[in-house]
Design a protein around this ligand. Sequence first.
Ligand code: 218
Length: 187
Amino acid sequence: MSQNKQIKYLVEAAIFAALAMVLSFIPDFASWFTPSFGAIPLVLFSLRRGLKYGLLAGLIWGLLHFVLGKVYYLSMSQVLIEYIIAFIAMGLAGLFSVQVKDAIEQNNSKKAISFALLGAIFAVTVRYIFHFIAGVIFWASYAPKGMSAVWYSFTVNGTAGLLTLIFVVIAIFILMQTQKQFFAPKD
Ligand code: 218
């Protein structure tokens, strides 16, 4: 890859990570059940540029939480799992970027949508599995009296993950219908 292209992709990664971070400033109107709106630009970008740049954008998004003081800190390992590993995992949607791109070039909208959705489901699921695990280990004391840590974490993170996925899926449908070249850029 030419150096110019590489720089362009890096700048795009930074821009989409910043966009994700802006959306992270939407207040948690439903406490920890609140969906992660920043997942929208991050998954879209990962599908556009693939795994490597997607993971990088996820890492930048995670790191921006530290810079901007948006980290909920309980312990070192909790923060590592929830703000580094979980956010990097969002880039996993990029695993399917080649299939999405090929499908678009073949004018196969169904296939393009299917792989984009697969990427979104995979990335959001892996991310929220990390939050679920962290929830069981670190957030158990926040569970309502009489509720098990596992069930508490599952309901909280399951709901947030599902809501997040719904918004990402809507965004994928809209962009596929209005601007599918976003997923198959010429350069
Ligand atoms: C049960 C429970 N409560 C809170 C958290 C923390 N958590 C959940 C989802 C997303 C994030 C990252 C910031 O948006 C965090 C820190 C949890 N894992 N489990």
